[in-house]
Design a binder for this molecule. Structure first.
Ligand SMILES: NC(=O)c1ccc[n+]([C@@H]2O[C@H](COP(=O)([O-])OP(=O)(O)OC[C@H]3O[C@@H](n4cnc5c(N)ncnc54)[C@H](OP(=O)(O)O)[C@@H]3O)[C@@H](O)[C@H]2O)c1
Length: 269
């Protein structure tokens, strides 16, 4: 099995902000060479600048993960300029809260395109190359929101549950080819994505701690990397409840969301 290779090239998508940016900077601090991708080229340049005094090196590779041809060309260019990708961290993703009153196909299409097809577009050229080399390491960022369905997260949760299922399916097959696949399921981490949330986020983790837990997980043999652990345990327990009890927990959440939207008092039921 592949282990975190100190000399090999690392590729992180979604590295212009949040978790991806935090991990890229931490890896640069530890001396890695990291190609960082996102759509906003100027934000990537800022991250590269921030890493200049650090031991490692960051290379900006702007791209849109929803553009399959662009991703394939970027993987070709990265490998010819910087050497083979030893570790790919497929982290780019987004969230659109969507309650049933606003149910619309557009939000589903966008989230599936970025969160699912964005990962698949990156996986295709990477899997091809790593299987041929019989070595490599891939980490896919999903979410504990993929463990079970929660009110207002029908579209986001669907995409993350899909990634979890996909990784479970791929792991044994990739292991046969000497490629290590890890699934990363964060709970709440303070990033520009969660800064938009106006509700209480249980066990909210600061970015530096999340990046450290992510990096530690990448050095392990564990299939699943979770942080903060308490949030993952809570969500795993919720998933195991019989539906009768499960909906006793989630119905009040739905009522709270509806009340809040109407400007009414939060439910305690
Ligand atoms: N923060 C949390 O609490 C939390 C919890 C569970 C899971 N996650 C997951 O962790 C990942 C990172 O989230 P975050 O909180 O760090 O969010 P964030 O700060 O909003 O970062 C998202 C990153 O993805 C990039 N991105 C979005 N759409 C893209 C596209 N089409 N092509 C290329 N890059 C794209 C963004 O860059 P550009 O806008 O420049 O393209 C940005 O760098 C996501 O997959 C998210 O679902 C986060």
């Amino acid at each position: 099995m592949a282990r975190l290779d100190r000399n090999g090239l690392v590729w992180i998508t979604g590295a212009s902000s949040g978790i991806g940016r935090g991990l890229a900077l931490l890896m640069a601090k530890r001396g890695h060479r990291v190609a960082i991708s996102a759509r906003r080229a100027e934000s990537l340049e800022e991250v590269v600048k921030e890493a200049e005094p650090l031991k490692g090196t960051l290379y900006p590779v702007p791209l849109d993960v929803t553009d399959e041809a662009q991703v394939r060309a970027a993987v070709d260019a990265m490998e010819s300029e910087h050497g083979e990708i030893a570790l790919a961290v497929l982290n780019a993703g987004t969230h659109i809260p969507l309650d049933v009153e606003d149910f619309n196909t557009e939000a589903f299409r966008k989230l599936i395109d970025v969160n699912v097809m964005g990962v698949v577009n990156c996986l295709a050229p990477i899997i091809e190359r790593m299987r041929a080399r019989k070595r490599g390491h891939i980490a896919v960022v999903a979410s504990v929101a993929g463990y079970c369905g929660l009110p207002s997260a029908a579209a986001y949760g669907l995409t993350k549950a899909g990634l979890i299922n996909m990784c479970e399916a791929l792991e044994p097959e990739l292991a046969l080819d000497g490629v290590q696949l890890q699934l990363v399921n964060p709970g709440f981490v303070r990033t520009p994505l969660t800064d938009k949330n106006d509700f209480n986020m249980p066990f909210l983790m600061e970015l530096d701690a999340a990046a450290a837990a992510f990096y530690e997980g990448l050095q392990s043999d564990r299939f699943e990397i979770v942080f903060p652990r308490r949030m993952a345990c809570a969500m795993a327990s919720l998933r195991r409840l019989p539906y009768r009890l499960f909906f006793k927990v989630t119905r009040p959440m739905a009522r709270d969301i509806r009340n809040k939207k109407k400007g009414g008092a939060r439910s305690t039921a």
